[in-house]
Design a protein around this ligand. Structure first.
Ligand code: PEP
Length: 243
């Protein structure tokens, strides 16, 4: 499997700005040895999808509804995302866990909905600064994985992605050292092997930029990157996916 680099545009751009950035990506980025995904907000999925060559860029969403259909005002179904050409969908990003109080029981339903619709869930996990300080990183990550994935049937390795994002590293400019990330990814893979009997890609996120991307990507167990702020400028993102 190729390493996977995902651009999470969050809610940083308006519809028009997303369209413009997609056009900039298209103009500036011609190839990559990596699989690359772009994750605009819901409103811009179609226009971004239309402006990016599908050979090079996969489309991703930042969230989805926990159910496929029904009276759930304001939600977006995995079925619609699939029809829009979406492949990857973030689930349990720390901003959703913190700002919107999303709990493991809800995230589990979202993973199930994504799998049922044929999307690839990108389950985000990560410890906060005080958990890290208390030496609880491994137990926190294990619990986050178990609470969401226990008993779920994952058909093949590439049907799931896990994004390891230490909370204190997101948007802070303080990335984890690549060697430390490698050791944690190995631990996560061990948990996943026991839990779902598969070896999904485990990617790293948290203050990745063109200055440190290559350091991460050279490690064998860092299967890719989730990039926030540094994906909002085409030239910078180009450097990352050329690392
Ligand atoms: C993220 O929010 O997933 C992220 C990794 O953000 P940043 O790259 O800006 O730290």
């Amino acid at each position: 499997m190729k390493k996977l680099i995902l651009a999470n545009w969050k809610m940083q751009l308006s519809f028009k700005e997303s369209e413009k950035l997609a056009r900039n990506y298209q103009a500036k980025i011609k190839n990559s040895v990596f699989e690359v995904g772009v994750l605009p907000d819901f409103s811009a999925l179609e226009i971004v999808g239309r402006n990016l060559p599908t050979k090079l860029f996969k489309l991703g969403a930042q969230d989805l509804a926990p159910y496929l259909k029904g009276a759930y005002t304001g939600e977006v179904s995995a079925l619609s995302l699939k029809q829009l050409g979406v492949k990857y969908v973030l689930i349990g990003h720390s901003e959703r866990r913190q700002e919107f109080r999303e709990k493991s029981s809800l995230l589990r339903l979202k993973v199930q909905a994504a799998l049922e619709a044929g999307l690839v869930p990108v389950l985000c996990i990560g410890e906060n600064a005080s958990q890290k300080k208390a030496g609880k990183t491994a137990s926190v990550l294990r619990r986050q994985l178990e609470e969401v994935l226990f008993g779920l049937r994952i058909e093949k390795d590439n049907a799931l992605v896990v994004a390891y994002e230490p909370l204190w590293a997101i948007g802070s400019g303080q990335a984890l050292k690549a060697a430390a990330a490698e050791a944690i990814q190995v631990m996560i893979k061990g948990v996943l092997a026991n839990l779902v009997g598969r070896f999904p890609r485990v990617i790293y996120g948290g203050s990745v930029s063109s200055k440190n991307a290559a350091d991460f990507l050279e490690w064998p167990n860092i299967d890719g990157l989730l990039v926030g702020g540094a994906s909002l400028e085409a030239a910078e993102f180009k450097k990352i996916i050329s690392a």
